[in-house]
Design a protein around this ligand. Structure first.
Ligand SMILES: Nc1nc2c(ncn2[C@@H]2O[C@H](COP(=O)(O)OP(=O)(O)O)[C@@H](O)[C@H]2O)c(=O)[nH]1
Ligand SMILES: [Mg+2]
Length: 192
């Protein structure tokens, strides 16, 4: 488990993507999937990342240092939020893409998908992008507290088929019922 988590910085524009940390793990997913909650859940700090009352309003890349920067968790802006202008969507898209391309210390990406829903076109595009650039990633199904055990098994299979990866490469978690943390922590420890 991690002992300490601190906010490091926010970046809102590609021109600010100049300095990088040695070991970054990015968290991506559509708006409201639970990225900020996931970071708080993992670090055991409920106030670290702002949980969205206004979905789609996280326009920034937020960096959080874990255990004196043993690694850095990076909360990326959510994609696929309908209620923002096309210009804004484009700006976030560029920011996310530039982050993924320029971050020399990027070790891994957690792609968060809502366990209850079919992966969206944006989700598929993100996964395709990660494949294409050979960026290692793990898929995490969120909000598992909303499903029964049987539904979860079904959801996992559906996600796996929907995105074309094995069920064993999908982790499930809930930041509400606090489940799935140990496996994800273990996965992080393996990669850093
Ligand atoms: N039931 C449930 N709700 C969650 C979970 N994780 C996040 N949420 C809720 O989903 C909404 C969006 O969460 P947030 O972390 O801000 O998502 P983000 O936009 O991806 O950063 C908030 O209302 C959270 O309380 C979860 O595991 N279970
Ligand atoms: Mg957020």
């Amino acid at each position: 488990m991690f002992r300490k988590a601190v906010f490091l910085k926010s970046v809102g524009d590609v021109s600010q993507l100049t300095s990088h940390y040695d070991k970054e793990i990015a968290v991506v997913g559509k708006s409201n999937v639970g990225k900020s909650s996931f970071i708080n859940f993992l670090t055991g700090n409920g106030k670290l990342a702002k949980v969205g009352k206004e979905p789609g309003k996280t326009r920034l890349i937020n960096y959080f240092g874990i255990d004196d920067n043993a690694f850095v968790l990076v909360d990326l802006p959510g994609y696929g939020f309908a209620r923002v202008s096309d210009a804004e969507k484009q700006k976030w898209g560029v920011l996310i893409e530039q982050y993924l391309q320029q971050s020399s210390g990027l070790k891994h990406v957690f792609v968060l998908l809502d366990a209850r829903r079919e992966p969206s076109e944006d989700d598929k595009q993100m996964l395709h992008y990660l494949y294409f650039y050979a960026i290692p990633f793990t898929v995490i199904g969120t909000k598992c507290d909303k499903l029964t055990k049987n539904e979860l098994r079904e959801a996992k299979n559906k996600l796996a088929t929907g995105i074309g990866i094995g069920v064993d490469n999908i982790y499930l978690c809930s930041s509400v019922s606090k489940t799935g943390k140990a496996e994800i922590v273990k996965r992080i420890e393996e990669m850093i």
